[in-house]
Write a protein that binds this ligand. Structure first.
Ligand SMILES: [Zn+2]
Length: 501
């Protein structure tokens, strides 16, 4: 049953950019170093130090914003966002407030229909994408013994792109589809590695629900729905957690709404809140009421000059994007006749896999068959071997050769492919080892003749043009004895023998 309310979701995504150095100093931007070994007076905020903008960070951010169909501002500046936190030694963060470098974009996402075999496209609006520096990290003692918390400032000052969506998503699965699309796209265009485990992709979800207003109340208030107060959920450390947290919050909002006799929810008398997600317990925990922009006392950063972006720089960033996943999916459908589902699966595996597919499809002259064979053989093997396509023992030419000359029966093909992969054997040796018999034409013809003689009814039907499927029955009979017999050959032999009798 459908829920008696609509879930409204906006996402704030932070991604760390793939630069060598930090946003405003020359310290390394690298995950996993010993704590506090990648710092300098600038990122530590020592008096007298001055920031200098990292040009590559700005280029990568521009590339990402263009991929998100955003408008790039010709003039943009930096602002100080004031707050005190132990992992922020300057007591302010350099960010962008009223003049972000990009705004008003959109991202098309694919939503799986119930069957998962089809997808519908949906556009999610992007309010803005801006650049800022990251804060450090507090390392809490989790031994259970003491209360020590240490601060690691290696991350302080690393470049962060914040992407703020419109509240256009209406279900946990849409939110996850959006995140998957952002991750795929930013990886493909070389902007971020988007590793949630390492914190290079982080997500906060803004969630509330709209409950339809009915009856006289609708007439009295003139409202179509009541909106519950916004909750911003933080600490979402996996896509699964994003989905679960949204689902939990929506249910909680509706329960609160139903209990709400004071009209606190109905009339918006509640403040926005920030909540953390406790993944182990599967609940959100309210942390604080949310600050307004005024609480941060933003003001222009006096140590940095504004950035003026030229048309040439925008053109350069656009050229560096390459083909985006959304365009690629459409092309795979148009050019190779793939289904939306197959195109979605293939594109999600990345550009290297798409290039491999295109090389095999060109060699075989059949995109659909290539897609099927890759789903049968390549994808499971990559998963099992934990390998990237670039390191896979079969290059595109070898795989195309295998499809052309290897077993035609699907089980036989899988067996032989696995032996070739696992043991490095040649096609012939693997076929031998799998016990798959090569059949010559004479043997097959004898089998066809025997099958025709043994099945008079089927023979009669096979001569009847109104029963085109009858011949398939014979192919099945012959294949029982010779599973690797090529379909085309068996079909020709059947036709020849039928004409003879
Ligand atoms: Zn530094």
């Amino acid at each position: 049953m459908a829920e008696p309310y609509k879930i409204v979701i906006g996402l704030e995504v932070h991604v760390q950019l793939l630069t060598k150095t930090k946003l405003f100093c020359g310290c390394f931007n690298k995950f996993g170093a010993k704590p506090n070994t990648q710092t300098c007076p600038v990122c530590l905020g020592l008096p007298g130090s001055l920031p200098v903008m990292n040009e590559l960070a700005f280029k990568l951010a521009t590339r990402a914003a263009l991929a998100l169909n955003c408008q790039i501002a010709g003039f943009t500046k930096w602002d100080r966002k004031q707050y005190y936190y132990p992992d922020l030694p300057k007591n302010y963060q350099i960010s962008q407030y009223d003049l972000p470098f990009s705004h008003d974009g959109w991202l098309e996402i694919n939503i799986a229909k119930d069957t998962k075999k089809d997808y519908v496209a949906k556009k999610v609006g992007i309010i803005r994408a801006h650049l800022e520096e990251d804060a450090g990290k507090n390392l809490h003692d989790e031994s259970g013994k003491g209360a020590d918390t240490m601060v690691d400032l290696n991350r302080t000052g690393t470049p962060l792109l914040e992407i703020v969506s419109h509240p256009d998503m209406t279900s946990p699965s849409e939110a996850i589809a959006y995140l998957e699309e952002i991750r795929l796209m930013l990886r493909e265009i070389g902007v971020s590695d988007c590793e949630m485990q390492e914190g290079s992709l982080r997500c906060d979800a803004n969630v509330n629900i709209h409950v339809p207003v009915i009856g006289t109340e609708r007439v009295d208030t003139g409202k179509d729905y009541h909106a519950t107060p916004l909750v911003e959920i933080k600490n979402l450390n996996s896509f699964r957690a994003v989905g679960k947290a949204i689902e939990y919050e929506a249910k909680r909002h509706y329960a609160e709404y139903q209990k709400d006799t004071q009209g606190t929810f109905r009339f918006g008398r509640m403040l926005k809140t920030t909540a953390g997600w406790d993944d182990a317990r599967g609940v959100t925990v309210v942390q604080r009421h949310k600050e307004d922009a005024a609480d941060y006392r933003y003001f222009p950063e006096p140590d940095l000059v504004p950035v003026v972006v030229s048309e040439a720089e925008i053109a350069e960033a656009r050229a560096a994007m390459g083909e985006l996943p959304q365009a690629q999916r459409k092309r795979l459908v148009d050019q190779y006749g793939l289904t939306a589902y197959d195109a979605q699966v293939l594109t999600a595996k990345g550009r290297a896999t798409v290039a491999y597919f295109e090389a095999v499809a060109a060699a075989l002259g059949d995109g659909k068959a290539t897609s099927n064979r890759m789903s049968d053989l390549i994808y499971p093997a990559l998963t099992e071997r934990k390998e990237e396509i670039a390191a896979f023992p079969f290059d595109a030419a070898k795989f195309a050769g295998f499809i052309r000359t290897g077993p035609t029966n699907s089980q036989a093909r899988r067996d032989v492919f696995k032996i070739m992969l696992d043991e490095g054997l040649s096609l012939d040796a693997a076929r031998e080892k799998a016990g798959i018999r090569e059949v010559d034409e004479a043997t097959l013809r004898a089998a066809v003749v025997a099958a025709l003689a043994a099945n008079p009814k089927l023979t009669e039907d096979s001569r009847n043009p109104k029963k085109p499927n009858a011949k398939m029955g014979f192919i099945g009979v012959v294949r029982k004895t010779y599973p690797d017999a090529p379909t085309d050959l068996v079909r020709r032999l059947i036709d020849e023998e039928l004409a003879r009798v």
